[in-house]
Each structure stands twice: as structure tokens, then as C-alpha cells.
Design a binder for this molecule. Structure first.
Ligand SMILES: *Cc1c(COP(=O)(O)O)cnc(C)c1O
Length: 398
């Protein structure tokens, strides 16, 4: 706040919570220590120990994230999955049930569908685009509704207000994984979500050089997760905290550049003869474009998928002809990352499962970085023409 004016996410990202660091250092030093000298703390939970997430690095970054998410409190964890699994377990017990969006991130999906049953916690999958179907999935034991602000590979956006209203009307907690949008495009707590989760490995860190996660919400809810987190032990190391603090300062710049690059590339690909469909909520003809305007200021993030008309091999020809992107999974980094899901993340699925997941042989997933859009466009164009050249070649014409 400056006078009555709330600070924008751009300023909060740079400023953090402006603590005064030791020795007048302009950035926070890394306290590379497992333990802290005893200073007469009363009670086990007050003793400072790095696993207990209460050293200066943890305190500073969690306050910074809470400021960005506009929540009372937050905490970082050793991965996005550590944040997600710990947060869910903190609020669920044997006999409970949760509703989960059917297109959630693979790790979360597997945790809920394969691991939680061992704790006797059951689930029902919901179609986030059909709020009128959610009621039928409710049980007396339902405790949580869990969604993602933006999903892969279809670039789906749930009606976030409908999720919060449904949760309130049915006394559920609302959880949201905000990784693909980041706090730059969306602050779900402002809409009333109880728990906001991020894989900080992605946009927050932003440089493909660390694994981390975060959870944010009211003081009471964050404290409840933290109590379990300290015992599950998925605590983030001080070095990675330093890298995230550094990454956060450029988070808004990077997210905006990735969004505009993604839109430029998606619009280009839509017009190419080798491309069937482009799935990006930033495009006007996408089903959820209206929700992107409503909730994300019109920006749809840096990730989209498109379907090449051709085969698995055409996809490989295209990928290997590209000169700028790295052929790697993940997203939210400065460099463009690209994969062919049928051969990587979704390999091994049956044709039916593949279809249900929205993956075709020629589907390409692009997680756009912050390179210059003109360079990416030129590179994608030449790689598409490499498919045509390879065809001519194999037909023996050339
Ligand atoms: C990557 C990712 C996760 C898991 O994060 P890790 O840091 O890899 O554990 C969770 N949700 C979404 C949407 C992701 O993209």
C-alpha cells in the first residue's frame, strides 16, 4: 500500500515485503544452515530449524508469495507436488471424499486416484466446464473441490466464480492449482478460493533450475498445512529460496512476454496448412476465451497445444527441425520448451485413454518462453516446411 493505493503485482514482485537484511544487504543472504542458535525459544514449534520452515529465508519468501497471492499467509515447499499432496492431506482424513477436475496435472491426478485410496480418501472426477453436473457428484463426506485455473492440453479454464459459489453453498473447501496462470494473471484468493497452490518450479522460479512449490491462504489454513508439512518434511532448501526470490522480481515481465509470444505463435500456427487445430484459450474461437477475459485480463498464459495433420513421424521431423526451443517437458521458463505428448508424457496410454486425454499422434505441446516472437515464428515456419520436404523426399520425388 502507498497511501490508499494497493500496489500492483509488478511492484510487489520487485519489492517483496522490503525487509531490512543483515549488514544492510540489498538482497537477502542465503542462510545455508540446518539449525539456529538457541535463543530461549519456548515450545518445540518455535525452535528454529530449517526443516521447520522458520528460518529467515523461509519467512521472507513466504511473505513475498503471500503478498503476490494477496493472502494472509503462504509457505514454500520442496516441490509443487509436496505442496499439493501435503495441503490435501492436511484437510482430508479417512472416510472423506473430494471432487477433482478431470483434466488436472498428471501428478495430482495420480496422487488423488492412486495414492489417496490407501488413506481411505475417495474422489469423483468433475467436468469443470459443466457446473450443473457437480451437484450429482457430491456426497455427505465431500470436503474439497479441487480445480486448476488453466489446464493442459486443451487450455481449459473453469468458471472460477462458479467453483467458489459451489464450494460455499455446499460447505466445501476450494483448492486451486494456479501454476499455469501464476499470480500475475490470476489471484484466486481474491475470488474466494481457500487454498492456492503453485508449482514454483514453473513461472515463479522461471529459469528451469529448481524444483519448488507453494501454498497460500488464511493464516489458520496455512498453519494447518504447515504443521503437517514440518512432519512430512518436504521443506525447500535455502539455495532454491534465493533463486525463487530472484526469479519473482521478473515474474510479471516474463509472464507477459510468454503470453504475447504464445498468442503470436498460436495465431501463426492457425493459418498453416500443416496444422489442424490450435488449442489456446487466448484465441478468440476457444470455448473458454470469455473466461480468460473475465479472470485473466485477456491473457491465457504461455502454454498451448496444436495438432499437426500428420503422423507421429511428422511430429518428430518438426521437433527436430526446430532450432530455438528445447525438446523438454515442463513450462514457465525463459526458454521455449516443446514436446510431443504421444511419445513422452502420454506414451504408454491406450488409444482410448489417449483420446480421453485429448492427445493425438500429431499433438505438439509448446511452453513458450521469452525469446523474440519473430524468431520463434521464423523457426516454427521453417520446421513446418521441413515436414513437407521430408515427405517429398520419402516419396522419391526429390
Ligand atoms: C509441474 C506442475 C505441478 C507439479 O510441480 P512440481 O514442482 O514438478 O512438483 C503441479 N501442477 C501443475 C499444474 C504443474 O504444471
Amino acid at each position: 500500500m502507498v497511501a490508499d493505493h494497493p500496489l500492483s503485482v509488478e511492484t510487489l514482485a520487485v519489492k517483496g515485503t522490503s525487509p531490512h537484511y543483515d549488514e544492510g544487504s540489498a538482497v537477502q543472504p542465503i542462510y545455508q544452515t540446518s539449525t539456529f542458535l538457541f535463543q530461549g525459544e519456548v515450545g518445540y514449534e518455535n525452535v528454529r530449524y530449517t526443516r521447520c520452515n522458520n528460518g529467515p529465508n523461509h519467512m521472507a519468501l513466504s511473505a513475498h508469495i503471500a503478498a503476490l497471492e494477496n493472502t494472509e499467509a503462504a509457505m514454500v515447499a520442496s516441490s509443487g507436488m509436496a505442496a499439493i499432496s501435503t495441503a490435501l492431506l492436511a484437510f482430508l482424513q479417512a472416510g472423506d471424499h473430494l471432487l477433482m477436475q478431470n483434466t488436472c496435472y498428471g501428478g495430482t491426478y495420480d496422487f488423488v486416484t492412486k495414492n489417496l485410496p490407501a488413506w481411505k480418501i475417495s474422489h469423483s472426477l468433475i467436468d469443470a466446464s459443466q457446473p450443473n453436473t457437480w451437484k450429482a457428484a457430491l456426497k455427505p463426506s465431500t470436503k474439497i473441490i479441487y480445480v486448476e485455473s488453466l489446464c493442459n492440453p486443451s487450455s481449459d479454464v473453469p468458471d472460477l466464480q462458479a467453483v467458489v459459489s459451489f464450494a460455499k453453498a455446499n460447505s466445501l473447501m476450494s483448492f486451486i492449482d494456479n501454476t499455469f496462470a501464476s499470480p500475475v494473471l490470476c489471484r484466486p484468493a481474491d475470488l474466494g478460493f481457500d487454498i492456492v497452490l503453485e508449482s514454483a518450479t514453473k513461472y515463479m522460479g522461471g529459469h528451469s533450475d529448481l524444483i519448488a512449490g507453494s501454498y497460500a491462504g488464511s493464516k489458520r489454513n496455512v498453519q494447518k498445512i504447515l504443521q503437517l508439512h514440518n512432519h512430512m518434511g518436504g521443506s525447500l532448501d535455502p539455495n532454491s529460496i534465493f533463486l525463487i526470490q530472484r526469479g519473482l522480481k521478473t515474474l510479471p515481465l516474463r509472464v507477459h512476454q510468454a503470453c504475447s509470444n504464445a498468442l503470436a505463435l498460436a495465431e501463426l500456427l492457425q493459418k498453416q496448412p500443416q496444422v489442424d487445430t490450435v488449442r489456446y484459450a487466448g484465441l478468440r474461437d476457444h470455448r473458454d476465451h470469455r473466461l480468460v477475459q473475465k479472470y485473466f485480463g485477456g491473457h491465457a498464459g504461455g502454454v498451448f497445444c496444436f495438432d499437426l495433420k500428420g503422423s507421429l513421424e511428422d511430429g518428430q521431423t518438426f521437433l527436430h527441425a526446430l532450432k530455438i526451443p528445447l525438446l523438454a517437458p515442463s513450462l514457465g521458463s525463459v526458454e521455449t520448451l516443446i514436446t510431443q505428448p504421444a511419445l513422452t508424457s502420454h506414451a504408454g496410454l491406450t488409444p482410448d485413454e489417449m483420446q480421453a486425454a485429448g492427445i493425438k499422434d500429431g499433438t505438439i505441446r509448446v511452453a513458450v518462453g521469452i525469446e523474440h516472437a519473430d524468431d520463434l515464428i521464423a523457426d516454427f515456419k521453417q520446421a513446418l516446411s521441413a515436414i513437407d520436404k521430408a515427405k517429398v523426399h520419402s516419396n522419391g520425388i526429390a
